[in-house]
Design a protein around this ligand. Structure first.
Ligand code: FES
Ligand SMILES: [Fe+2]
Length: 425
């Protein structure tokens, strides 16, 4: 059953059973979440402190006025990487205080709980800026892991060494739009989705994406084993977010145990140095450190019918590298693979386009994507491709390789000869 999505407006009460409902798969957007918790000003100020530390006061003042989402206009990628490092130091120092607000006053947890010892702090700059400085990105990701400056592939948090029973509280520190948002795929919750390491398998269909737009302080609250990823940032605004991972019971590491979880009752006071022990004293930790375990140690059963992908056009092979099929066999606004490498999209009633299946960004299978407002949309990072040229809003990526399509009545014929090479726009 697909998980439901609940948007709690800024004047509405937060449900007292939000933790349980989140564990059951509901996805919440809590408007003005950080403001309600009394955390917004402090977290925003900590980012401005980090900016001041790296770039000096003038830039920090400008960004405090204009908005942190414009950080890439005033700081280089290398500076933003350093700002992220500094923001992490500040965040780690405040983790216990900030997360106890989240646990008590948002999730309504009365007893002890566990939390990931460092909040995740992200600055997703526009993709073209990342593409222009791969060296900085490579060094930064090597030291701090992926996903802080760039988009992860579709994943569950347990695939990246987190517990499979965590609640993720993912909050906007600056406004976040559809063109640089967080994507959750609610239809995939509780489905048995194959993965290759930390990424969804290429032939899996994640289902319809949910990409809430957020004002600064709004938060998305979701079970960490929801399939999720980020939009490849295609707009001229940086996405600045902070996220907290909280577990109401003992953390269950079913796919590796890489992240340290702190027991709230030990997090402050004389036994602080032992706060990691209750979660780390587990076979999953020992096994992961020594590489003894494979995947799925103790994984909770999540068995459900896999959503059928729509790769099913009835295709005839014709001579001279052509394929043909009936227009009436294609549903409107749907995608179909017609060979191992090429797929078609029926857009509206009468338009059919053919193009390479492999996304020029991360290599996802575009035949598993969607058609959104007449454009082909990547199933991993929601990048959209214009149907005529195959161009996307990310100028550093190549256009899709398009193929000629002839429609004659109900008959559609695709020529697999490559159309003139697309320009890199
Ligand atoms: S946009 Fe990233 S794989 Fe397509
Ligand atoms: Fe994640």
């Amino acid at each position: 059953m697909a998980a439901t999505y609940v948007d709690i407006s800024k004047d509405a009460r937060i449900p007292s059973d939000i933790a349980q409902r989140t564990q059951n798969g509901e996805v919440f957007v809590i408007r003005a979440c950080l403001q309600r918790l009394g955390l917004f000003e402090e977290i925003e100020a900590s980012t401005i402190d980090a900016i001041t530390h790296v770039t000096g006061q003038e830039t920090a003042r400008k960004l405090a006025d204009e908005g942190i989402q414009f950080i890439h206009k005033h700081a280089s990628l290398a500076q933003i990487a350093k700002i992220t490092d500094r923001a992490y130091e500040i965040g780690q120092g405040n983790a216990n205080k900030w997360i106890s607000q989240v646990a008590r006053n948002l999730l309504g947890i009365q007893n002890s709980y566990y939390y990931e010892r460092t909040p995740n702090i992200r600055f997703h700059v526009p993709y073209d800026i990342l593409a222009a400085d791969q060296e900085t990105l490579r060094k930064f990701s090597g030291a701090r892991g992926g996903g802080k400056l760039s988009a992860h592939p579709n994943h569950r948090d347990s695939w990246v060494g987190c517990p499979d029973n965590l609640i993720n509280i993912w909050a906007a520190v600056a406004p976040i739009k559809e063109g640089n948002g967080l994507i959750v795929f609610p239809e995939a919750f509780d489905q048995d989705i194959k993965h290759e390491g930390a990424s969804i398998a290429h032939d899996e269909n994640p289902g319809e994406p949910l990409i809430p737009e957020l004002q600064a302080g709004d938060a998305i609250v979701f079970q960490g084993d929801h399939l999720h990823s980020s939009v490849l940032n295609r707009i001229d605004e940086t996405r600045h977010a902070i996220s907290f991972r909280v577990v109401t019971e003992k953390p269950n590491f079913s796919n590796g145990h890489y992240h340290h979880y702190v027991h709230s009752a030990l997090a402050s006071g004389p036994f602080k140095m032992f706060a990691r022990l209750p979660a780390d004293l587990a076979w999953s930790y020992v096994g992961t450190r020594f590489g003894w375990i494979g995947e799925r140690l103790g994984r909770r059963a999540r068995v459900a019918a896999k959503k059928q992908s729509n790769v099913s056009a009835k295709v005839n092979k014709l001579r001279a590298g052509k394929r043909s099929f009936r227009l009436s066999d294609l549903a409107e606004d749907s995608l179909y693979a017609i060979t191992d490498d090429v797929c078609v999209a029926r857009i509206g009633q009468s338009k059919v386009i053919a193009f390479d299946r492999k996304c020029p960004h991360g290599g996802s299978d575009l035949s598993l994507g969607t058609v959104t407002n007449g454009e082909v949309t990547c199933p991993w990072h929601n990048l959209r491709f214009e149907p005529k040229s195959g161009a996307s809003a990310c100028k550093s990526l190549s256009n899709l390789q398009m193929y000629d399509v002839i429609i004659n009545g109900d008959q559609v014929t695709v020529s697999l000869e490559k159309s003139p090479a697309p320009s890199s726009n």
